[in-house]
Design a protein around this ligand. Structure first.
Ligand code: AMP
Length: 219
């Protein structure tokens, strides 16, 4: 059976992670989020985690070569499809990924890309109100607040602001994002495999639009 590989693009805070989760639940395709994989490495204090930590906490890109094995290992999982969230972030990573695809994909497998398009103004507003818990739960003070102020609904630990969601770091992350992603978009825009979705709509509506564009609405 042929596989689908979908690469999600979108600025930090565009909601692409949420959409990737919803799509993964609907299709069974496995999500590969390099941000999640790196945070897990940091928590487990692995060698990679120790090397990546300073970059992640500063909102800087982790060196490309540290990510290749992590991504290649994820691609070896058994699945009907994969959804990339947060990789590639620059043209070098795009080339590394294309090389991995050449090695492990079959002729009928399909690779598509999808941009969840959100303005920088909206991103800044969203990220400054995000709160997270070490159990992995994510809240938004306005749109998805915890029941008790500052406390996780799931495990009752204290919520915190991710270091990389602090305003100065958000600005830096956005600048780096735009600088690095432009050549990747230039690459995808030359193909007929680039889908663009308006990310400034309610979550459920964006999800439906994604399913429609992928021809998955009624499957
Ligand atoms: P994210 O959860 O996707 O926002 O990623 C959080 C942080 O992990 C980023 O700010 C980077 O420090 C690091 N990171 C995640 N994915 C990548 C990537 N593809 N290349 C370099 N660094 C990454």
């Amino acid at each position: 059976m042929s596989k689908t590989i979908l690469i999600f693009f979108g600025s930090p805070g565009s909601g692409k992670g949420t959409q990737a989760d919803l799509l993964s639940q609907k299709t069974g395709w496995k999500k590969i989020s390099t941000g999640d994989l790196l945070r897990a490495e940091i928590v487990s204090k692995s060698d990679l985690g120790k090397r990546a930590e300073k970059y992640v906490n500063a909102g800087k890109l982790v060196p490309d070569k540290l990510l290749i094995d992590l991504v290649a290992k994820s691609l070896k999982q058994k699945a009907e499809g994969f959804i990339f969230d947060g990789y590639p972030r620059n043209i070098k990573q795009q080339n590394d990924l294309s090389n991995m695809f050449e090695k492990c994909l079959k002729k009928n497998d399909q690779v598509l890309s999808l941009l969840v398009d959100v303005s920088d103004k909206e991103v800044k507003q969203r990220l400054s109100q995000r709160r997270v818990c070490s159990c992995g739960s994510i809240y938004h003070l306005k749109y998805n607040p915890p029941i008790n102020n500052g406390v996780c609904d799931v495990c009752h630990q204290k919520l915190f602001i991710r270091d990389d969601d602090k305003p100065k770091i958000i600005n830096h992350r956005l600048k780096i994002y735009h600088q690095n992603i432009k050549p990747v978009f230039d690459y995808w825009q030359q193909t007929d495999k680039f889908i663009k979705i308006n990310g400034e709509q309610p979550i459920a509506k964006i999800h439906i639009e994604i399913l429609e564009k992928l021809g998955k609405r009624n499957s």
